[in-house]
Design a protein around this ligand. Structure first.
Ligand code: ATP
Ligand code: MG
Length: 242
């Protein structure tokens, strides 16, 4: 079976500035991969390329069977397969929790209102917010809003979920409830790539850890590399966070 994600010497430049300098790795179905690394090392850029929010400028990138380096890629089909959640949740403030979540299935998948509502209720239950269906975002905590954002992505039944530092705007108490949702998805076998600063979480949940540095994969391995790094640079990063 082919991998869900495959990067082959992927490059990304913004103008004259090369941010990704030949990144290669694969992610198999059901795998949870954590990407860690210094600020500016290219973690978000790599993730954004995987949802085609950025266009790669070199190498190859396959995601759920879509060749994203190909200008003719079917973005509509890609967006059905891939969910992405960011640090800022960007919910629609004038819509309830349920309405925020039904939006994508109705618009992207042309689901009927009833069918979309059924899917929405199931994914909202999964993130533990069944009692908040009719609440508006401003009535929710940051952690709850982030869980709605996750539910909104899940409503499209993606094959791959991408998370970019989804807890870094939250205080520690709220961080835990969001991480538990992600942990639940991992247990269900969801394929996920998460950029994270939560080393303990990466250790617990990730099947594989990728340490990015200056636009390349500097070190990659099982979660044990977080305890026994193979390079002095990763050791330094783990010790000091930079
Ligand atoms: N749209 C853009 N235009 C120009 N440069 C960009 C753009 N997006 C990112 N960059 C640059 O690419 C580099 C990598 O940024 P990226 O956001 O991928 O880093 P990161 O590893 O996610 O960092 P952080 O941990 O701070 O989120 C940075 O130097 C950034 O300034
Ligand atoms: Mg980032």
């Amino acid at each position: 079976m082919s991998p869900i994600v495959e990067l082959r010497n992927m490059e990304k430049s913004f103008g004259a500035v090369q941010v990704l300098k030949g990144v290669s790795f694969t992610v198999e179905k059901g795998e949870v991969v954590a990407i860690i690394g210094q600020s500016g090392s290219g973690k978000s850029t790599a993730l954004r390329c995987m949802d085609r929010l950025e266009t790669v400028t070199g190498g190859e990138l396959f995601v759920c069977g879509h060749a994203l380096h190909d200008p003719k890629v079917d973005l509509h089909a890609l967006r059905k397969d891939v969910g992405i959640v960011f640090q800022s949740y960007n919910l629609f403030p004038h819509l309830t929790v349920e309405q925020n979540v039904t939006m994508a299935p109705r618009l992207v998948q042309k689901m009927s209102t009833d069918a979309a509502r059924e899917v929405a209720r199931a994914v909202i239950a999964k993130v533990g917010l069944s009692d908040k269906l009719d609440a508006y975002p401003e009535q929710l905590s940051g952690g709850q809003q982030q869980r709605v954002a996750i539910a909104r992505s899940l409503a499209l039944r993606p094959k791959l979920m991408l998370f970019d530092e989804v807890t870094s705007a939250l205080d520690p108490k709220l961080t835990g409830e969001v991480l538990r949702v992600i942990e639940g998805l991992a247990k269900e076998g969801m394929t996920m790539i998460l950029v994270t600063h939560e080393m303990q979480f990466a250790r617990d949940v990730a099947d594989r850890v990728i340490y990015m540095r200056d636009g390349i994969v500097h070190e990659m391995g099982g979660p044990e590399i977080l305890t026994n790094p193979g390079t002095p640079e990763l050791a330094e990063f783990l010790a000091h966070g930079y």
